[in-house]
Design a protein around this ligand. Structure first.
Ligand code: SF4
Length: 278
């Protein structure tokens, strides 16, 4: 990280606080190397009591963690009861750790429900109206990938293949964005926050070899149209849908086909579990 000019990071998951020894070690190592850890993210699933939460946060604070980003959203409340989130927030206050609530705007909505249980998006729609899910992207930054594709497919405007290709005729310059970037736990750089695409850490910081990264190279230089054409020509890809909500949904459909149906073993379509579980 230092070699590539990155002096400040955040740590997310999965759930980084599930393995306290490992997050402690990472914080210690970052400190030794002079890399600032801006914040650690948590989903609060680990919370069991005020005392144990304060003990853990104190250990992390002693190792340099100044701020905790705490997930607060209806997507998160589908899995984690709000009582755990409140417990972590209280433990942060007690131990003097700065809270980054992600995002506080949802606290009023979530507080409508029984805080001891998780609640589905359907329950939110029943209480706040049928358009609740469709309105969420105006309140929360949604990356068009992962399970968000499925959640928002039903409520998004659909586009035909030719519309998507003509509207996105340039290459995907998103792939070069580095304002906010992630490495996964396998040591892969995730270009453009495009989940399921990967660049090995040793290949970062120099021009990509098109031989090893043909799909990313095509997406960058020719965009979704070039990627679709190559998938059809070389791998007999046939779109299952007549329309898609975005170029990224189509991109994911092609990549999933390549990994699961054509068994493409590639260093750039990683981790394979991403495709197996969505
Ligand atoms: S089309 Fe694919 S490569 Fe381009 S921004 Fe979307 S997910 Fe990333």
């Amino acid at each position: 990280m230092r070699r590539l000019g990155c002096n400040s990071i955040h740590i997310g998951g999965g759930e980084p606080l599930l393995k306290p020894e490992k997050i402690c070690k990472i914080l210690e190592t970052a400190k030794e190397m002079g890399i600032n850890v801006e914040y650690v993210e948590t989903n609060s699933s680990w919370y069991s009591s005020h005392g144990s939460a304060c003990d853990l946060l104190k250990r992390l604070k002693d190792r340099g963690m100044g701020a905790l980003l705490v997930s607060i959203s209806p997507f998160h409340n589908e899995y984690i009861p709000f009582s755990k989130v409140k417990g972590v927030l209280n433990a942060c206050l007690a131990t003097g750790i700065q809270i980054i609530p992600w995002i506080a705007d949802f606290i009023a909505d979530i507080s409508t429900f029984d805080e001891q249980k998780p609640h589905s998006l359907d329950e939110y729609s029943q209480v706040f109206g049928d358009s609740y899910v469709a309105r969420l992207p105006t309140r929360y930054w949604i990356s068009p990938g992962g399970r968000a594709l499925e959640t928002f497919r039903e409520v998004s405007e659909q586009h035909t293949l030719s519309e998507l290709v003509s509207r996105n005729s340039a290459g995907c310059l998103e792939l070069t964005g580095t304002n906010h970037f992630h490495f996964d736990l396998y040591g892969n750089y995730i270009p453009g926050l495009c989940a399921g695409l990967a660049i090995r850490k040793n290949d970062v910081g120099k021009p990509l070899d098109p031989e090893h990264y043909p799909f990313i190279t095509t997406l960058y230089s020719e965009g979704i149209g070039g990627f679709l054409a190559k998938a059809e020509e070389l791998f007999a890809f046939m779109p299952k849908n007549n329309s898609y909500s975005s170029k990224c949904e189509l991109c994911f459909a092609i990549r999933k086909y390549l990994v699961l149906e054509k068994n493409i073993q590639s260093r750039e379509l990683q981790p394979a579990g991403h495709y197996e579980n969505l």
